[in-house]
Design a protein around this ligand. Sequence first.
Ligand SMILES: *Cc1c(COP(=O)(O)O)cnc(C)c1O
Length: 369
Amino acid sequence: MNKDIITVTSPLLPDLNDFHAELQKIWDSKWITNNGAFHKQLELALAEYLGVPYVSLFTNGTLPLITALQALRITGEVITTPYSFVATTHALWWNGIKPVFVDIDPATGNIDPDKIEAAITPRTTAIMPVHVYGKPCDTSRIQEIANKYGLKVIYDAAHAFGVKVNGESILNAGDMSTLSFHATKVYNTIEGGAMVMHDERTKQRIDYLKNFGFENETTIMGPGINSKMDEVRAAYGLLTLKQVDDAIEARHQVAIAYRKALRDVEGITFFDDMPGVRHNYSYFPIFVDANKYGMTRDDLYFKMKAANVLGRRYFYPLISEFSTYRGLESAKPENLPQAHNMANSVICLPMHHALTEEDIQRTIECIMK
Ligand SMILES: *Cc1c(COP(=O)(O)O)cnc(C)c1O
């Protein structure tokens, strides 16, 4: 019997009638983009929800990365992680910046602060870490290094929506953080994203830059781009924001069930919650030790697939393995042993707010036997 497909993620959708009522308001106003009422309201609502001073909305999560690098006039070399979604490094490439890959800490999957200093050269201008799977980077260590060498820090926080450390938003770390509101993320606006910044002047500059650099009708403050979010998706985002806490709690329950069932499975490991951290349970990666488990990661991945349980090998291959980047000195596998280990052993299990008890059981059974 062919069982239903269990997908790795599922979008958090607003109630269609609620959305329709909001659409009616947009139709009545005839203001469909360019910093309209819903756009303004969502920026304020997100700043409040996330616990950050300023938010600037974007049309996706890649453009705020590209724009942050432009706004801070980053050039030369930037230190980053190979263990991420490819957009992180692409944003550097689109700015003509050379990415310098540093290995990860296997305890978190994040860039290893102990390895950053050795990668700094006279051309280094910034560090671009990623809070991978929403697990907080060691932001104070990274900031210390940045201060010592006069570097900027831009966090790709695409996975870290709503993550807090000791009650403080992780998005307040560094010079700027960027978010993705893509359909596959914990919080979505279909496509969408944002930048988080600390001061009003930067917020103003970013708001100009995302609208071609227009400061007013006749003044262009710099070479801007068009990466604005429209009113339809802002209205959608106001509705999904109301649902996101329940969705995170539902994900938390899935994580509890997975951990309980898989804790004693020989050769399978996973991350536990970190003390003092409000996690968002955006992903549930497991790591397969083929010798102990008796099956390789890929064999388990394809076995799950055959049972219609669609895990994903996030993040495999590493960014440093893609043709654009593999020729770089820092992309050599000898430089990145921990990242290679993780990329070769990971499967992200299905993780979303709408998984049923039965879905969770079917996923667990694939791994247990
Ligand atoms: C999703 C994601 C992005 C890109 O976001 P889009 O909204 O899809 O452009 C960037 N970085 C990371 C780590 C991501 O997971």
